[in-house]
Design a protein around this ligand. Structure first.
Ligand code: V47
Ligand code: SF4
Length: 377
């Protein structure tokens, strides 16, 4: 066990000193006991977020699964003539907005395929119609990969695309599409889509306009520990520049129905270690999310002691992981999510997308107002 190196890391964590790439590799080393890494991550987690564990009431909208790209890890995408292909109509999209508002959702997370035939205006219109009909719903829409596709469709730079989207009603950007930045991996799992510098540049531009975003890492496929730590450091460097990332979301690979279906799913140990290493390396990102949809409820709950402070939301209509074999429920009730958090010894706090505390009308739980910003945001 690399004891001396771990002792050095303990001292750095105690004094708030930044960890290096080498430190990250020590933390990922199976010879470094998981519970020790977890304990260190918990120090940082409690320093930043106390005993709070956040959740939100949200829904997903994947307006189409037709996609020009063919990422090898993706079970969701379809070709234009695939029997499973779909494209939602305006009526279907608006019905989802109505359902979300009736269920008290504060956020709609919108991502989908890059449809060969849909024009840029269709994507702007989608945001506009939802925002016009349901202005209280925060629209967290389009990954950096989608924004990059819109650059191609509209022949406009990133900033102009984001200005159009904000004018239409976009509230923030989700963190998908980051996968693994290192080209040794990226070129093998999603060769043609936005590369690392493009992904980072979209978020840099968004942050410079005052938009917040999240960031992700897809782990547990063909990458190694070095690729993971390298990925985290690239995110940390951008955050030093912009401070626009609110949350890091490690995404555990689900192999079923993908081009990598021969690979096993990452184990709970890998999941917890990744949550903990992320919390320790990303000293400048306030929140780390344990996305229960893909981790499973048990691991997500345990992750609240390994660095995570957020469980994401109640999540209706998730397709990307369920198409790839996720066996978690399709939606969690608020009571269930609060019980999971309380059982883990944390204080459940409902937040909105921007980490403001939510107050609900006790007589009608679908009515809510956003209160104070919950530090740190
Ligand atoms: O970019 C696709 C991943 C992402 C698989 O921003 C897969 O708060 C595992 O980014 N196994 C989209 N992962 C989802 C996403 C996300 C989810 C929850 C919260 C947030 C947030 C963002 O899903 C894709 C890709 O990295 N993905 N296929 C799969 N088979
Ligand atoms: Fe398309 Fe996204 Fe799937 Fe890649 S991950 S094939 S970009 S839907």
């Amino acid at each position: 066990m690399p004891t001396t190196k771990l002792d050095d890391i303990r001292k750095k964590v105690a004094s708030g000193e930044r960890l290096t790439l080498q430190d990250g590799l020590v933390l990922y080393d199976p010879a470094t006991p998981l519970h020790e890494v977890g304990q260190l991550a918990n120090i940082v987690r409690e320093r930043l977020n106390g005993n709070r564990a956040y959740y939100n009431i949200n829904t997903h909208l994947n307006p189409t699964n037709v996609c020009v790209y063919r990422c090898t890890f993706c079970a969701f995408r379809a070709d234009l003539r695939d029997p499973k292909q779909y494209l939602m109509s305006d009526e279907q999209i608006l019905a989802r907005g109505r359902e979300a508002v009736e269920n008290g959702c504060t956020e709609m997370h919108i991502v989908g395929g890059l449809h060969h035939q849909m024009k840029y205006d269709w994507y702007v219109h989608l945001v506009r119609q939802l925002h016009t009909a349901y202005p209280s719903l925060h629209l967290k829409a389009w990954t950096a990969v989608e924004i990059n596709w819109f650059e191609f469709l509209a022949r406009k730079p990133v900033r102009a695309i984001l200005e159009d989207m904000v004018e239409a009603g976009l509230g923030s950007l989700p963190g998908g599409g980051a996968e693994i930045f290192h080209p040794e991996v990226r070129d093998r799992i999603c060769e043609h889509k936005a590369d690392a510098s493009k992904w980072l540049d979209v978020h840099r531009t968004a942050h410079s306009m005052g938009l917040k975003s999240t960031c992700t890492m897809l782990y547990g496929h063909i990458e190694n520990d070095y690729h993971r730590v390298d990925h985290l450091i690239r995110l940390r460097e951008l955050q030093d520049e912009t401070h626009g990332f609110q949350t890091f979301v490690p995404l555990a690979f689900h192999p079923a129905n993908t081009g990598l279906s021969h690979l096993p799913k990452p184990s709970a140990v890998t999941d917890l270690r990744t949550i903990a290493v992320s919390r320790l390396m990303l000293d400048n990102i306030p929140h780390v999310k344990a996305y229960w949809i893909m981790l499973g409820l048990g691991t997500a709950q345990a992750a609240l002691a390994y660095g995570a402070d957020d469980l994401d939301g109640t999540v209706r209509h998730e397709l990307i992981y369920h198409d790839a074999g996720a066996t978690t429920p399709e939606v969690l009730s608020v009571e269930h999510i609060r019980r999971l958090i309380a059982e883990a010894g944390r204080d459940p706090v409902e937040r909105d997308t921007l980490y403001r505390g939510i107050r609900r009308d006790p007589a009608d739980r679908s009515r809510w107002s956003a209160g104070e910003l919950l530090a740190p945001a």
